[in-house]
Design a protein around this ligand. Structure first.
Ligand code: HEC
Length: 145
């Protein structure tokens, strides 16, 4: 290819990338997914207090449902390929695996919420560790600051 054509083509690629990415700010995209993750953190901590019987269990199902609902929002927040925050580039390099983990996390927390609502705390014990796969994903995809 002629050098001049190559330059023009790469400029078009750059312009194209710029115009799609500029619809939303990178910083906002990162902030958004971090808000979702912090919500998961807080709701998991609250649920943990109930399960450790430090707090009466009245809100047990509500916390489990909040986690399930937030888990469902999480995948969407990672769809824009915006590097940064505490995400490793691997999130988008291994998108099939990452999204499968996130979908499975959403499914299992949904099932956990059903158990919380219909069977209560004791029945949750067998599911809870498997459902809250936070660390498994973080070990691979998150740079902890
Ligand atoms: C499938 C993967 C995955 C799962 C499941 C997951 N996380 Fe994360 N989490 C991430 C990634 C990736 C980041 C880095 C986000 C960023 O900063 O760009 C992150 C970041 C965080 C952060 C830091 C947010 C900040 O303000 O920087 C917290 C806290 C967190 N996760 C809590 C949780 C908790 C609690 C759970 C489980 C209930 C969970 N996460 C489940 C992938 C996951």
């Amino acid at each position: 290819m002629q050098p001049a054509r190559l330059v023009v083509m790469s400029m078009l690629v750059l312009l194209g990338a710029g115009s799609t990415a500029s619809a939303f700010e990178d910083k906002d995209i990162i902030d958004y997914r971090e808000h979702i993750m912090v919500t998961l953190d807080e709701q998991t901590a609250a649920l943990g207090m109930l399960m450790a019987t430090q707090i009466p269990p009245d809100n047990l199902a509500a916390h489990a449902e909040a986690i399930a609902l937030t888990a469902k929002q999480a995948l969407k927040s990672f769809e824009p390929k915006v590097q940064g925050g505490e995400s490793k580039p691997l999130v988008w390099e291994q998108w099939a695996d990452f999204s499968e983990r996130m979908n499975s996390f959403a499914k299992k927390t949904e099932a956990l919420a059903v158990t919380a609502r219909t069977k209560g705390q004791d029945a949750m014990m067998t599911e809870v560790v498997d459902a809250l796969s936070c660390k498994g994903c973080h070990d691979v995809y998150r740079n902890k600051k």
